[in-house]
Design a protein around this ligand. Structure first.
Ligand SMILES: [Ca+2]
Ligand SMILES: [Ca+2]
Length: 280
């Protein structure tokens, strides 16, 4: 069922835990506002930096097969370590149905290179691996026809939308949710497009996915330390945002939020509720 419009409304992970049940729904536009606007880092990407598909739970099924099993419209039978036989799948991007899973790709909803340019360039190897194999949020990975996945390639919603226009609303809100989950930035054109998509579909409420833990590398693996400063929101010195005395000033100028362990700007402000985020 993954990739269907219900994906955002139903949390895939232990919905009975207090944390999950307490997770509020929030207007899509409000989630969009939490995403930092940044020009993308355009250098240094390699697909090899995102190790996949792994078998995180060692049950014999790698991430690709886990998604195929989770999203099948008709369940395949499983034999051997994790061979699949039979089953059917539906591609939300183009409405194609198949009984041959080899014609379907597992798409990283936010493509790997898009993630790289939106902040993953700073991540540790294990964080990139976790992103590339994310089964902790049912919308992070989606089984779609290989042709629609190739058509999408590494493009964001300002550059590509699926041919199935009925899916655009879910596509936009899912994109926003995955970027939120992984604390990834958006570029200006992407924000404009997402905003208009969300407005056009009535600004639905979405359930926030849990934030994924992010570990950054000490060094800059892409060698582009200045990459995050150009573009949308202006820049201070040394690749950082301007330093204000108070968060409300930063926010009124369009800066923030900042996260502990990710954004150096975090240290400038007081994290009153100690939730790891300031200026939210
Ligand atoms: Ca597995
Ligand atoms: Ca983008």
């Amino acid at each position: 069922m993954g990739g269907l419009p219900a994906a955002l409304a139903t949390s895939p992970e232990s919905p009975t835990t207090p944390a999950a049940s307490a997770r509020a729904t929030i207007k899509a536009s409000a989630v969009l506002k939490t995403l930092r606007v940044r020009a993308e880092v355009t250098s240094g990407y390699s697909r090899d930096y995102f190790h996949h598909w792994i078998d995180a739970d060692h049950d014999g099924c790698d991430t690709r097969k886990e998604v195929l099993l989770a999203e099948a419209r008709t369940s395949p039978s499983r034999y051997g370590s994790c061979s699949l036989s039979g089953g059917s799948w539906w591609s939300a991007y183009d409405g194609v149905t198949t009984t041959d899973s080899s014609t379907f790709d597992i798409d990283h909803f936010v493509p790997l290179s898009e993630a790289w340019g939106s902040g993953a360039w700073r991540w540790s190897y294990s964080t990139r691996e976790a992103f590339a194999n994310d089964l902790g949020f049912s919308s992070s990975l989606i089984a779609v026809s290989a042709s629609s996945n190739r058509s999408k390639s590494d493009r964001d919603p300002a550059e590509w939308l699926p041919p199935n226009t009925n899916y655009w609303c879910t596509y936009a809100t899912t994109w926003i949710a995955v970027k939120y989950r992984w604390s990834l930035s958006i570029d200006r054109a992407e924000k404009l497009k997402l905003h208009s998509l969300v407005v056009n579909c009535g600004n639905p409420r979405v359930t926030l996915p849990p934030r994924a833990p992010i570990v950054n590398d000490q060094s800059d693996p892409s060698g582009t330390t200045g990459g995050s400063t150009s573009g949308g929101t202006g820049s201070g010195s040394g690749g950082l945002d301007p330093h204000f005395t108070y968060c409300y000033e930063a926010k009124s100028h369009g800066y923030g939020p900042y996260q502990r362990g990710i954004d150096p700007e975090y240290d400038w402000y007081r994290d009153g509720d100690n939730d790891g985020t300031v200026c939210e």
